[in-house]
Ligand binder design. Structure first.
Ligand SMILES: NC(=O)c1ccc[n+]([C@@H]2O[C@H](COP(=O)([O-])OP(=O)(O)OC[C@H]3O[C@@H](n4cnc5c(N)ncnc54)[C@H](O)[C@@H]3O)[C@@H](O)[C@H]2O)c1
Length: 269
């Protein structure tokens, strides 16, 4: 299908490199006729890869630290300017935990870092929604998405304080979804994605083993970043207008599986 998002304007956060879920989403949204701006933290821009994506998608790049409401306000204003109107879709594809990065044990967390985890990975989503509301930036029936992980509901030890960040993120999607629906029918959702080989993903201790385990535990296998991008596009499209305040499992069936034949076979070896 072509032109699923024709005429729609958006903002895509979090394309770090070609493995990023946001990167795949930008490529797919461009192919489906959307116009959008790309943004990332100023520090992440130094690597330069996002320039390449911008050129490919004909998208302007506007740096913004997602924890700064000032940066976000400027981002929304500039995006409306550049794109020539209000915004139809926003992808928040942001996550970072200093405790995970520095491999802190869960019983020995640094609380300043914990707050940083929550600020970058969850509160930034509230800030994005609040700034979008205050700037009057969203079109009616717009769609705002963030990416979550099943560690919000179940324990995956090495996910550490990111589990709390994801629980908060999903809760914000429900509360802001209720509010934005009443303001101008904007929907707010999260997608809970399979483990994916990206910079954020592979930064988790034991990721490779865990990735293989999840693959075996999912009847359809792990969902890739490209699969995730396609699902995000559907959520940006007019085909999902009545879906809001949801955490949508995009995991090849992982979340509904107790055990699978593949795993039994593996354990019997
Ligand atoms: N990779 C996985 O296994 C997996 C699984 C489920 C959910 N997710 C979620 O998907 C989202 C995207 O991650 P990804 O896997 O594509 O990895 P990624 O490392 O490519 O993307 C993470 C992005 O967050 C950005 N970021 C960090 N701090 C920021 C700040 N202060 N302001 C603005 N941007 C900031 C980074 O620059 C980077 O672009 C994250 O929310 C992540 O938790 C990932």
């Amino acid at each position: 299908m072509n032109d699923l998002l024709k005429g729609k304007r958006g903002i895509i956060f979090g394309a770090l490199d070609e493995n990023s879920i946001a990167w795949k989403t930008a490529e797919a949204a461009h192919a489906q006729g959307a116009t959008f701006t790309l943004t990332n933290a100023p520090i992440a821009m130094r690597m330069g890869a996002i320039q390449e994506l911008g050129a490919k998608c004909n998208a302007e790049i506007i740096p913004a630290d997602a924890t700064s409401t000032e940066d976000l306000t400027e981002l929304f204003e500039k995006s409306m300017d550049v794109l020539g109107g209000k915004i139809d879709f926003v992808l928040h594809s942001i996550g970072m935990s200093p405790n995970v990065r520095k491999k802190k044990d869960y019983g020995d967390l640094n609380y300043d870092w914990f707050q940083k985890t929550l600020d970058v990975s969850a509160l930034s989503f509230h800030k994005v929604c609040q700034v979008a509301e205050k700037s009057g930036a969203m079109n009616e029936w717009g769609s705002i998405m963030a990416l979550s992980y099943i560690a919000a509901q179940r324990v995956f030890p090495d996910y550490s304080d990111m589990a709390q960040a994801k629980a908060l993120l999903e809760s914000i999607a429900r509360s802001y979804g209720a509010r934005f629906a009443k303001i101008n029918k904007v929907r707010v959702n999260t997608i809970s994605q399979s483990p994916t080989k990206t910079t954020a993903g592979t930064g988790i201790k034991g990721f490779d083993v865990f990735y293989d385990y999840a693959d075996m535990m999912s009847p359809l296998g792990n969902a890739t970043a490209e699969d995730c991008a396609n699902y995000i596009l559907v959520m940006f499209s007019d085909f999902t207008r009545m879906v809001t305040m949801q955490n949508l499992m995009h995991d090849g069936g992982f979340s509904s599986s107790g055990i699978t034949a593949e795993l039994i076979e593996q354990l019997e070896k």
